[in-house]
Design a protein around this ligand. Structure first.
Ligand code: DC
Length: 236
């Protein structure tokens, strides 16, 4: 069957990665978490003194970009690809609230975006990819055959993220998580370079009141219909 590109964009903590992983598994596609790449660069910046207290040394980070190598390796047990920074598995370290607090700022830097977008386009060059992020349908794959835009209320999203962090054993309070979600929404959608917007032709998925199963059924149905449509077009 013909392979397509599926771009999933949306606000933070809308469950993009959950649905993207499910879709990739069901279709036999590769899943790429582009947010993990911005988080990896942020972790590198924190570890190397480019982010200290509230101070972000943007120039310093940009001068080191060539030393940041991000890769993904499929973990059979987990059923998805984990992210590696210069050969080290950092899947857990990038999901902390601390990294979340700085990542949107790092993601405003054009040089960072340019480097990561190139790599993301390379991951998707053979199609058969599901990628989630903020600019996948607008910048990374403007020609993606299927574009989904996920959204839900900030409170619902904060509650989901809070539950996740608590389950991991992190010591966080709900209000801090809500503020982080709202702050990131604002920075992500108002930045100059590649702000989060709904790409033309996107299907909007508001999952505030959807179960995971309903959401998955909805996106799978749209994906299968699109794959058949593209397949038929190619044969004619
Ligand atoms: O999806 P996430 O929450 O892991 O993403 C972390 C941050 O990275 C998010 O606040 C904005 C940024 N990001 C981006 O600017 N462009 C992308 N394609 C993916 C993420």
């Amino acid at each position: 069957m013909t392979k397509i590109t599926i771009a999933i964009d949306g606000f933070s903590s809308t469950g993009k990665s959950t649905v993207a992983k499910q879709l990739a598994k069901a279709l036999g596609y590769v899943y790429v978490d582009s947010g993990a790449m911005y988080r990896s660069v942020t972790l590198y910046a924190m570890r190397n003194g480019f982010i200290e207290a509230d101070c972000f040394d943007e120039e310093g980070l940009v001068s080191q970009l060539e030393h940041i190598k991000i890769s993904f390796k499929f973990n059979e047990d987990l059923g998805f690809a984990e992210v590696y920074l210069n050969g080290e598995n950092i899947e857990k370290q990038i999901r902390t609230l601390e990294v979340s607090q700085f990542v949107s700022q790092v993601a405003t830097v054009s040089e960072v975006r340019e480097q990561l977008v190139k790599q993301q386009q390379n991951f998707g060059k053979d199609k058969g990819v599901v990628m989630d992020g903020r600019d996948i349908g607008t910048v990374v794959f403007p020609d993606a055959e299927l574009k989904l835009f996920m959204t839900a209320s900030a409170e619902k999203r904060a509650k989901r993220r809070y539950d996740e962090l608590i389950e991991r054993g992190d010591d966080v309070c709900y209000e801090d998580v809500l503020i982080n979600v709202q702050t990131r929404d604002h920075i992500d959608s108002t930045r100059e370079d590649s702000p989060l917007t709904m790409a033309e032709g996107s299907i909007k998925v508001d999952n505030s009141n959807m179960t995971l199963e309903e959401q998955f059924d909805f996106v799978l149905k749209h994906s299968e219909e699109k794959i058949i449509e593209v397949h038929k077009k190619k044969r004619h």
